[in-house]
Design a protein around this ligand. Structure first.
Ligand SMILES: Cc1cc2nc3c(=O)[nH]c(=O)nc-3n(C[C@H](O)[C@H](O)[C@H](O)COP(=O)(O)O)c2cc1C
Length: 365
């Protein structure tokens, strides 16, 4: 359950999302849609500073599945953000919590009290107590970086998985979605799996659900949407950029493992290298513990992302973006983005099935 009828916003005809016209897309996404409780099996991946009440409710109202990014929020702020989102949509949405948040269990308690139906645990393999707490009241979604961990997550109670390729924006793993999809989807045909990373058009959605994905997760395409509160300069940078501009950060020192981040190349990319050098230097000198050093790097990213998204500092801030940024060509309303994704997927599936039905060459001649 998300918003109760008492605090849900009334739905207008204009908000009612379009039905799926293609029975094939309908069938291929049935499991994903049932899992999410949404019209379309399209999750909007949580984006720190971007995925707040306005964008999340717009996505859910348009038939997708919005997810609040808790990021570094303390419990009271998350509670307020959930209540504000519930006031803007009567449709289901989720909450994304970062496992390394020091108040993770309190945040889970906030989700429980607010009647949140889906919790996404990101930023690492979810700890046992967090899994037990979430599955006591909500559906749990976690990220699977490979086949073995995908199985382990499902065994330990995770209800659905996201497989996210290195094409994605933000923190990324080392493997592309093209490979993860081949490794994991055919091996786990019963699991509810959402594919993410580099998805910009409906044709890709069609291909992934035909491979066995229950649905998809997109971030970059929604970051510059009309309902996104991101600064106009941030959105313009997305609209101008092409795929090759979204580059992954590199690890500077082997003693300081950092999770790569994909973002648009700018002065902030250089500044991050300097920050890594400085933290690695203090680590080598024994002035800081490894865990603390890694946390400093994460706080650095959170601050840099905020400067870009909220303040519009597109030179010094972090413009986290996936390679699908080249397919962001205008500031479009969320409903138009979702509609074009669905229509593209339907058209691709229709083309595929016509190709299968085509008569053999000798009779067609
Ligand atoms: C600006 C930005 C911020 C992000 N922040 C988060 C985050 O806080 N937590 C998270 O789990 N994923 C985060 N992501 C990843 C998205 O949730 C999503 O999985 C990803 O964007 C999908 O790939 P795509 O960008 O190619 O569509 C972020 C992505 C972007 C572009």
């Amino acid at each position: 359950m998300t918003a109760g009828p008492g605090n849900a916003a009334p739905e207008t005809a204009a908000q009612a999302p379009a039905e799926i016209a293609s029975p094939r897309l309908d069938a291929l996404t049935a499991r994903g849609r049932a899992f999410l409780g949404s019209r379309h099996a399209i999750m909007a991946g949580a984006m720190s500073w971007v995925s707040e009440r306005n964008l999340v409710s717009a996505i859910s109202n348009a038939g997708g599945f919005g997810v609040i990014a808790c990021g570094a929020m303390p419990p009271a702020l998350l509670e307020a953000e959930i209540a504000a989102t519930q006031a803007l949509t009567a449709r289901p949405f989720g909450v994304n919590l970062i496992t390394m948040h020091p108040q993770l269990m309190d945040l889970i308690g906030v989700c429980r009290a607010a009647g949140i139906s889906h919790v996404v645990l990101a930023g690492g393999i979810p700890p046992g107590p967090a899994v037990a707490a979430v599955t006591g009241f909500a559906k749990l979604v976690a990220f699977a970086p490979n086949h073995a961990l995908a199985r382990k997550l499902l065994r330990s109670g995770t209800d659905a998985l996201v497989i996210e390729g290195s094409e994605a924006g933000g923190h990324i793993g080392p493997v592309s979605l093209a490979v993860l999809a081949q490794e994991i989807l055919p091996a786990l045909p019963e699991a509810v799996i959402f594919a993410a990373g580099g998805i910009g058009r409906g044709e890709a959605i069609a291909a992934l659900v035909e491979m066995g994905a229950s649905g998809v997760q997109l971030g970059t395409r929604f970051a510059a949407s009309a309902e996104s509160i991101a600064h106009p300069a941030f959105k313009k940078a997305f609209i101008r950029a092409s795929a090759r501009d979204a580059v992954a950060s590199v690890q500077f020192d082997p003693r300081l493992p950092v999770i790569p981040v994909r973002a648009l190349k700018n002065g902030g990319t250089e500044a991050f290298m300097a920050k890594q050098r400085e933290v690695a230097g203090r680590l080598a000198a024994g002035l800081v513990e490894l865990a603390q050093a890694q946390l400093e790097i994460e706080h650095y990213w959170a601050g840099a992302l905020r400067r870009a998204v909220i303040d519009g500092d597109i030179e010094g801030g972090s413009l986290m973006a996936g390679q699908s940024v080249g397919m962001v060509t205008a500031e479009e309303p969320v409903a138009a983005i979702i509609e074009s994704l669905v229509l593209g997927a339907e058209a691709a599936l229709t083309r595929h099935s016509r190709a299968h039905e085509a008569p053999p060459l000798e009779t067609a001649a």
